[in-house]
Write a protein that binds this ligand. Structure first.
Ligand SMILES: *[C@@H]1O[C@H](CO)[C@@H](O)[C@H](O)[C@H]1NC(C)=O
Ligand SMILES: *[C@@H]1O[C@H](CO)[C@@H](O)[C@H](O)[C@H]1NC(C)=O
Ligand SMILES: *[C@@H]1O[C@H](CO)[C@@H](O)[C@H](O)[C@H]1NC(C)=O
Length: 332
């Protein structure tokens, strides 16, 4: 049944203006409802962060067998994005990426949203954020607010489940790894005509695309781990002693992924039948790998392009539209 998922509300403001609006959102854990009630302004940024995460995931994976189209089925932020949860990707490398990119997306969007800082209004001093003692104002160009917010909001469903299971440890680790993808120093030169005698530098947020690129690399190099009791603590240790030890910046996962070749709705897998592929590419977007050896169909498609452009005095460019046919391939 369709719920009121945060990421699916066209007008969050309208929903949240109602008393009890935060409670009415589907799938928030208690701590998230509390954050929502006290920081209604931030919820737009949370929603934007979720959208950024989905867009980025789909960009990074568009030519792979798993193309992130099951993302809405995955349990991110508790169940904020959830409307159907297939469960098939739990604890895999893909879910590691989703957690990392979502935690980073929220930190990014929240930092963005309050920068430049709004003029402190009399009421803003009362809008305190519960878990971190920051105020909504005064977070200018400063990632620590966005990161603290993301920790409090994105991690709370995991924390509310208790740090007992391997999956909770995995999700928290990957959320944190996502938030560790930082900038970004920007510098400005001062000096006579372009010389750089004095430089002032400051930390900046990287463009989110850059965060996505870094996380994609971490996805490729993720470490398979298993939970192990060490003294009174449970830790995630590499499954094989031949694996490199992982750091706080790396992604970890507990379970091997399916091959994503065949459609399996129960696991939230679309399969690759019908997907566009590149006949000459040896990489994952090539027909050989993408189609899992099943072969491909070849067809033709009309493309429309601007052509025969002429510059007209003054000042416009007039083009014709040219149509031609190109060969396209899609997986059997
Ligand atoms: C992913 O692939 C499926 C088919 O396997 C397709 O229906 C879907 O539109 C694709 N999603 C994206 C975001 O490209
Ligand atoms: C960042 O913002 C927080 C909260 O407003 C503040 O405590 C901290 O000093 C700021 N850090 C920098 C480097 O500006
Ligand atoms: C297909 O792959 C080849 C080799 O990787 C590449 O040069 C070419 O641009 C690709 N074609 C398309 C349409 O992406």
């Amino acid at each position: 049944s369709p719920g009121r998922y945060l990421a699916k509300q066209p007008s969050l403001r309208a929903v949240l203006r109602d008393p009890g609006g935060c409670e009415g959102l589907t799938g928030l854990v208690e701590e998230q409802v509390r954050v929502c009630r006290r920081q209604v302004e931030a919820m737009d940024a949370v929603k934007r962060g979720a959208e950024l995460a989905v867009e980025e995931c789909q960009h990074q994976f568009h030519s792979r067998r798993w193309n992130c189209s099951t993302l809405q089925g995955l349990q991110v932020f508790g169940k904020v994005l959830l409307f159907h949860f297939p469960g098939g990707l739990l604890s895999t490398r893909e879910s590691a990426f989703i957690h990392a990119v979502s935690a980073a997306g929220v930190a990014f969007a929240v930092t963005r949203a309050c920068s430049p800082p709004p003029k402190a209004s009399p009421s803003s001093s009362r809008r305190r954020f519960p878990s971190a003692g920051f105020q909504w104002s005064g977070c200018s160009d400063n990632l620590s607010y966005g990161i603290a917010f993301s920790q409090a909001f994105v991690d709370s469903p995991e924390r509310s489940r208790g740090i007992s299971s391997g999956r909770v440890l995995m999700n928290l680790h990957n959320n944190e790894a996502g938030r560790k993808v930082r900038a970004g120093t920007r510098c400005k030169c001062h000096g006579v005509s372009g010389s750089c005698e004095v430089r002032t530098c400051w930390k900046v947020m990287p463009p989110f695309r850059k965060v996505g690129d870094v996380l994609k690399e971490k996805f490729e190099g993720a470490t398979e781990v298993h939970p192990k009791r060490v003294g009174s603590r449970k830790l995630l240790v590499p499954k094989s002693s031949r694996f490199k030890p992982y750091t706080a910046h790396d992604l970890v996962y507990l379970l091997a992924s399916p091959d994503f070749c065949e459609r399996d709705p129960r696991r939230g897998v679309f399969g690759t039948s019908g997907r566009r592929c590149n006949r000459t590419s040896p990489a994952m977007d090539g027909c050989e790998l993408l189609c899992c050896g099943r072969g491909f169909h070849t067809g033709q498609e009309e493309v429309v392009e601007r052509c025969s452009c002429k510059f007209r005095w003054c000042c416009s460019v007039k083009c014709k539209q040219c149509r031609h046919l190109v060969e396209v391939h899609s997986c059997r």
